[in-house]
Design a protein around this ligand. Structure first.
Ligand SMILES: Cc1cc2nc3c(=O)[nH]c(=O)nc-3n(C[C@H](O)[C@H](O)[C@H](O)COP(=O)(O)O)c2cc1C
Length: 265
């Protein structure tokens, strides 16, 4: 995949979940750019795909149980879809979806991963979903006012969205590690996760970073969203930061509770 490392690395720091949009329709050139991005990303990680819809997601969110995920007035959305026959479907959807989210962020658009409080059956009325596929998450896409609405503040406060665990809690390392690793860990740490649970742990050895889940707490939790999906998002951040530091590498998928290892070439 041709990753625009500098552009997406900046977006890692700019991105925050937004839930109150300002109803403004997306101009045609932006819609076309998003369709292009969708096209470019799809096919790179077989087992996962993105569908961008120039249609408001109101029906997808209305009636979904829970107050945490209230999304309002977004003009468009994207669905992140996985082939459930693929053993690595969760991390692939997380990785691919985050690439889309970071590009949207770089374009000045607001987004929010929504894995819980949406209605997949309504998405399936708007997008053709194969019998072996599942919509694992969606994101509203649109413009927001710069200030957060009261409800938004409440919701992000509820899950402590601004807080991230200190790196010392997230990595296990035997030795000193190079600058690219340091930068990759920091970017991984900033990844979004369901209810901000930050389920990733990083092990550093021999110029590589292994991502595992916090297995002691279980593979999923009451949110019913796989921690491997969150880890896939962190994997995208790690690779983007590595590339930004001039380090090319490759991911190798691993079995539970490990997720994958990034080996620098
Ligand atoms: C896989 C996934 C699922 C999520 N599901 C929801 C959701 O259902 N509703 C919601 O409001 N936010 C959802 N979020 C957003 C998280 O709450 C948010 O990313 C986290 O609190 C960190 O905040 P930030 O994105 O502003 O950095 C989800 C995030 C991820 C990665």
């Amino acid at each position: 995949m041709n990753i625009p490392a500098e552009r997406w690395y900046q977006a890692v720091f700019q991105r925050h979940s937004r839930r109150q949009f300002n109803k403004k329709a997306l101009p045609e050139n932006i819609v076309n750019d998003l369709l292009l991005i969708q096209e470019e990303l799809n096919g790179h990680l077989p087992g996962s795909r993105i569908v961008f819809k120039n249609q408001d997601p109101d029906a997808i969110f209305s009636g979904a149980i829970g107050s945490y995920g209230k999304i309002k007035d977004a003009p468009t959305y994207a669905a992140f879809i996985g082939d459930m026959r693929d053993p690595n479907v969760q991390e692939k959807v997380g990785y691919l979806g985050e690439c889309f989210i970071l590009e949207a962020t770089a374009m000045g658009l607001a987004t929010c991963w929504v894995g819980g409080f949406f209605r997949p059956e309504i998405v399936a009325e708007q997008i053709k979903i194969e019998s072996y596929e599942k919509v694992l998450s969606v994101t509203p896409v649109g413009f927001t006012d710069s200030s957060y609405s009261l409800t938004e503040k409440m919701m992000s406060g509820m899950v402590g969205s601004k807080k991230r665990k200190p790196l010392t809690e997230l990595y296990v390392s035997e030795a000193e590690y190079p600058v690219w690793v340091q930068s990759a860990l920091e970017a991984g740490r900033l990844a979004p996760s369901a209810v901000n649970r930050q389920p990733w742990r990083f092990f550093i050895e021999n110029n590589s970073i292994k991502v595992t889940t916090d297995a002691e707490k279980g593979i999923a939790d009451k949110s019913n969203i796989s921690k491997r999906l969150d880890c896939g998002i962190a994997m995208a951040h790690i690779e983007i930061a590595a590339l930004k530091n001039g380090v090319i590498g490759q991911w190798q998928y691993l079995l539970n509770p490990d997720v994958a290892i990034f080996k620098a070439k």
